[in-house]
Design a protein around this ligand. Structure first.
Ligand code: GRF
Length: 219
């Protein structure tokens, strides 16, 4: 079966991009990374994609007069490359309603919290300030409101005594690197159905009925 042609948009470190590239390096993985677009020159994400031999494009948002013009450039570049599906991986630009509508249900994002808790920036500091005992990450379809949209998959990690935003971020990031390839696989296999504001995942992905993650533990 033809692999889903995925474009990744990134702005920074690119560790989630690297996780997707690694997953897609297996020919049995149902998606291939056809193009990586970055909006800032010299980012690690760009270097990672180049090192993996993946086609890259630098589209600098600051060279465009409007968001709409920038997004139009993104859109046409993705289409010219035959991209069918887009993953945001640390892409630090707000997308216009036109772009979000054009790629509806073909555009996903990863966010480092258990949405709908803590959308937006400074996620981990806010989670710590709120005193939550479990945090995690979410892969979701993109809707207009930042970090909103039908949830595809989530991964949970404990918040530990003494955690700082950095130590919690590192723990969540490890989960992100597993979750994003997993979520993209499910989508590429056609197992994810969007129903209004939610998704349904075909087949039983996990058989852990009765499982619960407790922090502090039960004993
Ligand atoms: C990740 O924590 C992701 O959840 C958030 O931005 C960060 C990007 O990190 N959207 P990286 O560029 O993938 O390393």
């Amino acid at each position: 079966m033809a692999r889903l042609r995925v474009g990744v948009l990134a702005s920074g470190r690119g560790s989630n991009l690297a996780a997707l590239i690694k997953a897609a390096s297996d020919p049995a993985y149902p998606a291939e990374i056809a193009l990586v677009i970055v909006n800032i020159a010299g980012t690690q994400a760009l270097a990672r994609a180049e090192a993996a031999g993946i086609p890259t494009r630098l589209i600098e948002h600051r060279t465009f007069a409007t968001r709409a013009a920038f997004d139009a450039a993104l859109d046409s570049t993705l289409r010219e490359a035959g991209v069918e599906f887009v993953c945001l991986a640390g892409f630090m630009r707000l997308l216009t309603p036109g772009f979000v509508a054009a790629w509806r249900d073909r555009l996903i994002n990863i966010h480092p919290s258990l949405l709908p808790a803590f959308p937006g920036l400074n996620t981990h500091a806010r989670a710590l300030a709120a005193g939550v005992k479990i945090s995690g990450c979410t892969v979701h379809f993109v809707r207009q409101e930042t970090d909103s949209g039908p949830i595809i998959a989530q991964g949970a990690v404990p918040v530990l005594t003494g955690d700082t935003a950095d130590t919690l971020a590192a723990r969540v990031l490890e989960a992100e690197h597993k979750l994003y390839p997993l979520a993209l696989r499910l989508v590429a296999e056609g197992k994810v159905r969007v129903i209004e504001d939610r998704t349904e995942i075909a087949g039983s992905v996990l058989d852990i009925a009765g499982f619960a993650l407790f922090n502090p533990p039960e004993r």
